[in-house]
Design a protein around this ligand. Sequence first.
Ligand code: THU
Length: 139
Amino acid sequence: MHSDSVSSISTRQRQDLLTAACEARQHAYAPYSSYAVGAAILAKNGAIYTGVNVENASYGLSICAERSAVFKMVSDGVREILAVAVCTENGGSPCGACRQVLAEFSADIPVFLLDIHGNVRETTLYTLLPDHFGPEHLP
Ligand code: THU
């Protein structure tokens, strides 16, 4: 999906999203990396879908928090993302795989990167993933 401008959300939606990401982080299952991640998606229907990283003893099977949240949203029949927040101990940015999966269901949405001290960095999905591969590239 493409749009020229970054979508805007209300102050209340923003605060709820940031809170949801950091609350979700408490449920991260990260016994191998000890790097807990919580993600929250504001969906087009107004609902917030959260996700956490879920690691596995077979390391490669681990899933990131952002993709957990996207898959939860899609499983609920919802396919449009308005904003994303990610909460980590140090404000880490979404990995490339998660950026691509977010782009499947998003325009140039706001992305909020939080740390556990309450610092927030705001960026956008297309800043993080310019010129991404999309359905228009498929023959
Ligand atoms: N992780 C995420 O959940 N999201 C990202 O975008 C980057 C990395 C997780 C995967 C793994 O469980 C841990 O952080 C360390 O890489």
